[in-house]
Write a protein that binds this ligand. Structure first.
Ligand SMILES: [Mg+2]
Length: 267
């Protein structure tokens, strides 16, 4: 059994400014329909927005959805989503000091941040839009008020499509990385047999945690630099940087996912 895990936006999904290969998504759907392969989507999207992406881009349903930046896990079986309550219990046990309401009370009046819409929040995800140009001050204020008090992870990312900064408070035990670790353990797949593909921001954690990393060709320069730095410090880390050429494809988005999966012998 192997796991092919991937971020969605601008990794599997061709929704950035680079050109996409029309053949890549049908090929992905065809090549990943195998009994010995578990396909996992690891995304900031909630269930509704994930379903919207599946319908809009025509990607297959995953076997497992680590949604809401890893704060929820769902399995897709027999045409239905099954919420993994075991994951929520695990998070509550592992992050006993987590308290979304208390975090909100501490950060709500920081200038330049604004609470996200209700559908982007859940008991394990407290999320804000931020003024990206002012992120250094904002993050310093956030750290001073919150850091280390709530068993939390503070994750900042940048939405290059609309220029917004995104600030997520999550239980430290419920991130993209830990949700994927939980899924790998559940399926009994060793870390070295798990491929994770990403393009930006919070993908850095699963890309430097001992999985087999793939950076699609359109990955952010900053992420590429951070992964290279981590690899220099820890030669055991494995990451593949898609460059195009697999089956004549470009290496952007889905094509990069396929190229990386092929490189590691998953397909
Ligand atoms: Mg992405």
């Amino acid at each position: 059994m192997k796991i092919l895990a991937t971020d969605l936006d601008r990794t599997l999904l061709p929704n950035g400014s680079w050109p996409a290969d029309a053949a890549a998504i049908p090929l992905f759907n065809e090549l990943t329909r195998r009994d010995d392969l578990v396909v996992v989507y690891v995304t900031g999207r909630n269930l509704r927005l994930t379903e919207e992406a599946i319908a809009h881009f025509g990607v297959r349903e995953p076997d497992v959805l680590c949604g809401d930046v890893g704060t929820s896990i769902r399995k897709y079986r027999d045409g239905k989503w099954h919420f993994d309550e075991g994951w929520s219990e695990h998070v509550r046990r592992a992050s006993p000091r987590w308290n979304a309401a208390a975090i909100h009370a501490l950060v709500a009046d920081i200038a330049g941040i604004r609470l996200q819409e209700a559908e982007h929040l859940n008991p394990f995800k407290q999320s804000y839009y931020t003024d990206h140009g002012d992120r250094a001050r904002i993050l310093a204020e956030v750290d001073a008020r919150v850091k280390g008090r709530f068993d939390e992870a503070i994750v900042y990312s940048f939405d290059s499509l609309d220029g917004k900064g995104l600030l997520d408070f999550l239980p430290a035990s419920a991130t993209k990385l830990t949700s994927l670790e939980y899924v790998a353990e559940e399926y009994g797949v060793p870390r070295g047999e798990v491929v994770f593909c990403g393009d930006s921001g919070n993908d850095i954690f699963p890309l430097t945690a001992g999985f087999r990393g793939v950076l699609v060709r359109n990955a952010d320069d900053q992420l590429v630099a951070e992964v290279r730095e981590a690899m220099a410090a820890n030669p055991a880390l494995k990451a593949y940087f898609a460059k195009g050429g697999y089956r004549g494809l470009s290496g952007y988005y889905t094509s990069g996912v396929l190229e990386g999966a092929d490189f590691y012998g998953v397909l």
